[in-house]
Design a protein around this ligand. Structure first.
Ligand code: NAD
Ligand code: UD1
Length: 341
């Protein structure tokens, strides 16, 4: 039986790591990506790591016709993992239409094709951003969602609603939304990793670029939060652990083990770490100098969030395994390889 999986956004950061895990698990992968935020050379790295070059389709999934034509070329897709989206929170505030159009049209084009071509399974990239600043911590899947702080966050909330409503009237189709917490790190081979374009907005790429001497110093946004050391708390999850959750979710769908045809799960470690703790851990495990200063809070940031993973551990039989130490080392090894250090 064909085990062909369509991975949209598969040359991107999380997508590329997931392609490795899928191919290692014996799945045949087709990547669909328009390379708006990734590079075609990722295919070489994927081949180097797994020995298999995934099929690749350069396509803009927000274009309905191009998307349909791409599906025409692949009649035997069993499931889809839909990563493709724009993801820069700040940029989404400046360009709301671009974000809504790209992220939501892509999703709806794919659902259209699932419906007409009888593709029954999808895993969707959602985010803990749907919880906003929760009233209680840690957040479980039952924690109420809060209104989104940014157009980007809103695309995730709306996408979840679209999936819920779509699944209601399509009992033959099953979707799992995975709510990622903060993915960090890189593949242990250092052949793939996160490659931000321009000045990184996220913490770990900013740390590794500062350590590499590309940025003068790291700004720690706020030290006056209601947390033990005053800096904000997040649940940082290793990208390989996160990728494995996708393989588990795909198997759950293909083996028809989903309890409902629309499910959503937290994908985090269950541990909260402050910005300062992360910075200090990076310095300790790498032995590298990391200049930093305390700066004002960043607008729109939440104070603290981390996951309750009881349900995903139990229902998916999955848990994050990698330590923060090895994860930060992997991010550093990737940065060093990219910079030729
Ligand atoms: P990424 O930008 O590295 O990967 C996304 C990929 O999608 C890129 O390769 C990009 O070229 C592609 N893409 C975007 N729009 C497209 C379109 N219209 N057609 C075809 N390809 C398109 O991002 P990532 O960090 O790997 O994130 C993957 C998914 O996970 C996204 O949906 C993101 O919103 C979600 N997510 C990411 C994080 C995070 O911190 N990285 C957290 C929560 C959720
Ligand atoms: C944000 C989004 C999330 C999105 C993710 C990926 C929110 C609430 N969350 O996560 O939905 O999926 O980006 O783009 O919008 N920090 C610094 N200095 C820096 C950079 C970051 O101190 O130079 C701090 C931030 O203030 C924050 C923590 O580090 O407290 C993590 O920041 P970041 O990596 O940007 O992720 P989030 O904001 O949690």
């Amino acid at each position: 039986m064909s085990k062909k999986i369509l991975v949209t956004g598969g040359t991107g950061y999380i997508g590329s790591h997931t392609v490795v895990e899928l191919q290692n698990a014996g799945f045949e992968v087709v990547i669909a990506d328009n390379l708006s935020n990734s590079k075609i050379e990722v295919l070489d790295a994927l081949e180097q790591i797994t020995g298999i070059r995934p099929l690749f389709e350069k396509v803009d999934l927000s274009d309905a016709q191009a998307t349909s034509e791409m599906f025409d070329r692949h009649g035997d897709i069993k499931a889809i993992i839909h990563f493709a989206a724009f993801k820069a929170v700040g940029e989404s505030v400046q360009k709301p239409l671009e974000y809504y159009r790209n992220n939501l049209n892509s999703l709806m084009n794919i659902l259209d094709n699932m419906r007409s071509r009888k593709i029954k399974n999808m895993v969707f990239s959602s985010s803990c951003t749907v919880y906003g600043q929760p009233d209680q911590l840690p957040v479980t899947e039952e924690t109420p969602r809060k209104p989104a702080e940014s157009p980007y966050g809103n695309t995730k909330a709306i996408a979840e609603d679209i999936l819920r409503d779509f699944c209601k009237v399509h009992p033959e189709i099953s979707c799992i939304a995975l709510r990622y917490f903060n993915p960090i790190g890189a593949h242990p081979s250092a052949l793939i990793g996160e490659l931000p374009i321009g000045v990184p907005g996220n913490l770990v790429p900013f740390i590794t670029q500062t350590a590499a001497g590309i940025r003068k110093e790291l700004s720690i946004f706020g030290d006056d939060y209601q947390t033990p050391d005053g800096t904000a708390i997040r649940d940082y999850i290793n990208v390989v652990d996160l990728s494995e959750a996708h393989v588990v979710a795909i198997n759950r769908l293909l083996e028809q083990k989903a309890v409902q045809n629309y499910e959503f799960f937290n994908v985090g470690t269950g541990n909260g770490l402050s910005v300062m703790e992360l910075v200090q851990t990076f310095i300790r495990v790498t032995g590298v100098k990391l200049p930093y200063k305390i700066a004002p809070r960043r607008q729109g940031d939440i104070e603290k969030i981390w996951a309750d993973t009881t349900i995903s551990n139990k229902e998916l039989g999955w848990e994050a395994k990698k330590t923060v130490d090895e994860t930060l080392l992997s991010a550093w090894n990737w940065e060093k390889r990219v910079r030729g250090l």
